[in-house]
Design a protein around this ligand. Structure first.
Ligand code: MOS
Length: 738
């Protein structure tokens, strides 16, 4: 189905099942431990052996020699894979470094060997006996602050998402900034972050002749299938990926990682199935992370609070061949202003590979931009909500002929302000005390683009009238199973318990997959398209005119004729959604207002969040319960980014020091207070037949800055370097009253 004109009234608008806060249909499997995750597929294939990964002990250099004699002689060892024995390996288009290193080492903990043994313990013990003789290269580049000084401008590599050029200029920024009566010029930094998903990257690999099956944990099945084929140098048709349950991805499982490739190589070497989970202490340096940024923002405005000049220049680093963190993307789109400059610089760093994590681009970009907006509002003597409203735009400021399909940004801010009691905020910082606590309120705007991606599905009907949906879409904990079932139930006119959804198998039609908050809108639209095609066949088979047949209550009706849907048993249809140029004609984005109350201990400097509110405008909300869960989870990640998450870089040896869940701090329940989420009543007929948009990543975008602004309002101390840990403001806190 081609979607190239705005959606009219359609089957989804019945809203019998769609739009209802139904429970997650996979919930009971998750809570009873019966949802099989990749590493637990004991039943998938017999005779599984265990692989244990050896990671490089240096960041940059070469392997002189590997001595495997002791390891090979250890109890239970079946095979050992190294670059020497693996045969010629390619590299996936989406991996910057090789997933099996040697003799050249590109980053710390790059895999250099896989030891396969009868048990996990034997594999681990033998891995400790692998002796690697390294030659550490001089001149490793590990310090972003140093390397960014000479780094060139660089745009985004990948074609997915909106194009991000190295520089975008509109008008004359320098002149307008020099002429503006009120300006700020400040630099903000965000550190390297790790996805820290619960389920490690894990794969069971089995060869059947030249056919490879991988039970794995991956967000993007079709990408994964072709990347595995490319890396191993085998035809795509010979590879099958199965990934029905995923214990969190956050961008860390968008791409095939070492577990999948090494399991395949290990299984080939061992002559039997092999399972590999990346060990937790290896994951952080072996896989990808969100790159640190250094962001300079300059804003100039007139006395009326209108922005006349805005510049956002971001620097980040990556391995050779990598790409920049696109932290300036939202600044090109969010606020009006005639004179604009955005740019990105990319330093070459020999740290592990940087890549997408939890709303790449906008999440770290808004952490900087929305503090800058708060600082600017204060300089102008304006309320931060009013300042943002004064600079709203209904068109893409770089391309004014492109309107937003929907932009209810002002409504988000206004509703949020009322709901949160924003009028009780004292605009002067450090004025409100509650015992030893300094208390403040802050807000920030949320913004995340809505991407259109092709997505297909197959739908069939059986003798009991059960509708089965099959698509390679994944559910990374987001609720895909549930909203796809709701879509099929709505479109085919059956109750939710008459729908079965099968996901995450590369034998199924190719979906949009899970990433960049594009999963929900596109994959449901794909199921809608397949259902509409199935309705045609059903109508034809049962002798109805499909144009006036209605599907409801398990029946097909037209005029005074009625038939049972199950009379069409055996029919199935495959179709998908494809987009015309609506996505180019209109700017499609999602919007939020984030509001936070925070308290800072005036003795210790410790920050506690007291209340959080997000008001979101994100098209039709397909399931308010799962959407709310997405947003409160995202707000929690925003709290992590604001207050605690940080990979500590060892700039001498080039690795992330705190590479486990003890050292990499994330929020726990006790850190998260009352959270409220409001969705505006919105449908966007330009987004898809579902009239929905993504919402998961919107929930994180802006949260970090809202917290930072609340902390500033509490203390009067402006911190511009994340995370806002206590030592960054402790010695500047206002003195306690007697
Ligand atoms: Mo997302 S960081 O694109 O999985």
């Amino acid at each position: 189905m081609k979607f190239d004109t705005p959606a009219g009234e359609n089957a989804i608008d019945q809203l019998k099942v769609i739009g209802k806060p139904v429970d997650r249909i996979d919930g009971k499997f998750k809570t009873t431990g019966t949802a099989p995750y990749a590493y637990e597929r004991h039943d998938a294939v017999a005779n599984q052996a265990y692989g244990y990964v050896v990671g490089s002990a240096i960041a940059k250099g070469r392997i002189n020699a590997i001595d495997l004699a002791e390891a090979k002689a250890a109890p239970g060892v079946i095979a050992i894979v190294t670059a020497d024995s693996a045969g010629k390996l390619g590299k996936g288009d989406m991996n910057t470094a090789h997933l099996l290193g040697g003799p050249v080492i590109e980053h710390y903990h790059q895999a250099v060997a896989l030891v396969v043994a009868e048990t996990f313990e034997q594999a681990r013990a033998a891995a400790a006996l692998v002796r690697v003789d390294y030659a550490r290269a001089k001149g490793g580049r590990f310090d972003l602050k140093e390397e960014i000084k000479t780094a060139p401008l660089k745009g985004e590599n990948s074609g997915e998402g909106s194009a991000a050029p190295p520089v975008a200029r509109i008008g004359d920024f320098e002149r307008a900034f020099a002429a503006a009566p009120t300006t700020i010029d400040a630099t903000y930094t965000t550190p390297d972050h790790s996805h820290a998903m619960m389920e490690p990257h894990a794969t069971i690999a089995a060869w059947d002749g030249d056919r490879l099956t991988l039970w794995t944990s991956n967000q993007m099945i079709a990408w994964g299938k072709s990347e595995v084929a490319k890396t191993l140098g085998i035809p795509k048709e010979k590879v099958r990926l199965v990934s029905p349950y995923i214990g969190g991805g956050f961008g860390g499982k968008l791409f095939v990682r070492a577990d999948a490739i090494l399991a395949a190589l290990g299984a080939r070497a061992a002559g039997r199935p092999v399972k590999v989970a990346l060990q937790r202490p290896l994951i952080i340096n072996n896989t990808t992370h969100r790159p640190a940024t250094i962001q300079r923002i300059r804003i100039g405005a007139g006395p009326d609070g209108r922005i006349t000049a805005i510049a956002h220049e971001s620097g980040s680093g990556d391995l050779p061949g990598g790409g920049p963190e696109t932290a300036v993307s939202q600044t090109r789109l969010m606020y009006a202003g005639a004179n604009r400059l955005t740019s990105m610089r990319l330093a070459v760093l020999d740290l592990p590979e940087g890549n997408a994590m939890r709303a790449p681009g906008e999440a770290p970009g808004l952490m900087a931009l929305e503090i800058a907006m708060d600082e600017m509002a204060e300089k102008l003597g304006m309320d931060p909500v009013a300042f943002r409203i004064a600079n709203d735009t209904q068109v893409d400021p770089e391309h004014p002929e492109r309107r937003y399909s929907q932009r209810q940004f002002i409504e988000c801010l206004n509703q949020g302000a009322v709901r949160f009691g924003w009028n009780r905020r004292n605009a002067k910082p450090a004025q409100v005390r509650d015992g030893k606590w300094l208390v403040g309120m802050g807000m920030a705007a949320g913004f995340r683009n809505n991407l259109l991606m092709k997505s297909a599905a197959r739908v069939g009907i059986d003798r009991k009238g059960v509708v089965t949906v099959a698509t390679d879409m994944t559910d990374i904990g987001t609720g895909s199973y549930t909203i796809l079932a709701q879509t099929a139930a709505e479109t085919m006119g059956v109750p939710l318990d008459k729908v079965v959804v099968l996901l995450g198998d590369s034998d199924f039609p190719v979906s949009a997959g899970s990433g960049g908050q594009w999963g929900a809108n596109n994959s449901t639209a794909g199921v809608y398209a397949a259902c509409m095609k199935l309705r045609e066949s059903v109508a034809q088979k049962l002798g109805f005119n499909s144009a006036d047949a209605t599907f409801a209550d398990g029946k097909v009706r037209s005029g005074n004729r009625t038939a049972d849907l199950k009379d069409a048993a055996g029919l199935s249809a495959e179709d998908g959604i494809e987009y015309g140029d609506l996505g180019k004609k209109y700017q499609q984005s999602t919007f939020a207002g984030h509001f936070v109350e925070a308290a800072v201990d005036s003795y210790t400097g410790e920050t506690r969040i007291r209340r959080m509110l997000a008001v979101c405008a994100a098209g039709r909300i397909l399931n308010p319960k799962s959407a709310r869960s997405q947003v409160i989870g995202a707000m929690t990640m925003g709290a992590g980014a604001a207050l605690m998450e940080e990979l500590a870089v060892d700039t001498r040896f080039g690795f992330f020091v705190n590479h486990d869940l003890a050292g990499y701090e994330v929020p726990v329940h006790a850190d998260i207070p009352y959270q409220e989420v409001i969705f505006l009543d919105e449908v966007d007929p330009i987004s898809s037949p579902m009239k929905a948009k993504g919402v998961g990543e919107l929930g994180i975008c802006g949260v970090g800055a809202a917290i930072a602004n609340a902390v500033y309002n509490a203390t009067g101390v402006r911190v511009r370097d994340y995370p806002l840990t206590l030592e960054k403001h402790l010695d500047r806190l206002p003195p306690m009253m007697a």
